[in-house]
Write a protein of this length. Structure first.
Length: 218
């Protein structure tokens, strides 16, 4: 097979950034110079690394089970979602209500399979930033970020949610009235079932037990 041409071979800064990032990742996990030297010499290891980057590393990941199926596009506008949620007895947080006004609704019904992963399962770390979580999840090759409509659609369609279950929708953040980035959160407490939002700022980290919803890639 012909080798694909790439600017990465000629742009020193990009090569250095990628190489230094790999070194840091190995050392942060307790690796050594011997481990790095083995990776430098082994075509097998380099091939596995390429498979991970391209989402082809089937052996390195566990098979995902569908957590819940959600249907988008069943309601025409954010306002109809808001009315339906309130009519069903669900509560909407103030910032979630702002985010709800900004969602784009699917023009036709579409069914999605959602999968449930914790921060620890995704990154292998007890704490991680949103960028680290998203990058590690997408590198698996079998999940994608959710459309923002997943938050209110799931809240409306998940009437039997267990008590004390809280799920964060892995999505492109929505900006609230103060310019802060928000993610939808679906949960149930003794005060009822909620559509809430969570803030993600420059210094935000997410603990290992945080549960994230992604869409299974087809």
């Amino acid at each position: 097979m012909a080798r694909v041409r790439s600017e990465w071979r000629s742009v020193q800064g990009k090569r250095d950034e990628l190489f230094n990032g790999f070194i840091d990742a190995v050392l942060e996990r307790g690796g050594s110079d011997d481990d790095l030297d083995r990776a430098r010499k082994s075509k097998t290891i380099q091939g596995r690394m390429a498979d991970v980057v391209m989402g082809l590393d089937k052996a390195g990941r566990t098979a995902l089970q569908t957590f819940r199926t959600v249907v988008l596009g069943t309601l025409p506008t954010p306002d109809t979602y808001r009315a339906a949620l309130k009519a069903a007895g669900h509560k909407i947080g103030d910032y979630a209500d702002q985010a709800l006004s900004k969602i784009t609704v699917a023009p036709v019904p579409v069914t999605l399979d959602l999968v449930d992963l914790t921060t620890k399962e995704i990154t292998g770390k007890d704490q991680a930033t949103l960028v680290e979580i998203y990058e590690a999840a997408l590198a698996r090759g079998d999940v994608d970020l959710c459309l923002v409509e997943v938050g209110p659609a799931l809240r409306l369609q998940y009437g039997d949610q267990p008590m004390s279950e809280w799920l964060i929708v892995a999505m492109e953040p929505i900006t609230d009235s103060g310019g802060s980035l928000r993610l939808f959160r679906v949960g149930r407490s003794s005060r009822g079932s909620w559509l809430l939002s969570l803030y993600d700022g420059p210094g935000s980290v997410w603990h290992g037990g945080s549960r994230w919803l992604f869409v299974r890639r087809k």
